[in-house]
Write a new protein. Structure first.
Length: 67
């Protein structure tokens, strides 16, 4: 699991990427977990899947993991 941060609507959030489903060590097709509730626990409800859009604070966001 890798940890980083993103800024959405002026606020910083911790994000995590991890192999999900088939463990192929290619994170670019797995999606991103965003810690909106800041409880330091990753749950499926916090996952923005690969190629999906997140609608938050009136904006629409898509995250791309690049190798």
């Amino acid at each position: 699991m890798l940890k980083g941060q993103v800024k959405i609507a002026g606020r910083d959030f911790d994000v995590y990427i991890a192999d999900s489903g088939y463990n192929d060590a290619d994170f670019s097709n797995d999606g991103i977990f965003i810690e909106f509730d800041r409880d330091e626990r990753v749950t499926r409800e916090e996952l923005v899947a690969h190629d999906e859009f997140l609608e938050h604070t009136g904006g629409r966001f898509q995250f791309k993991i690049q190798r």
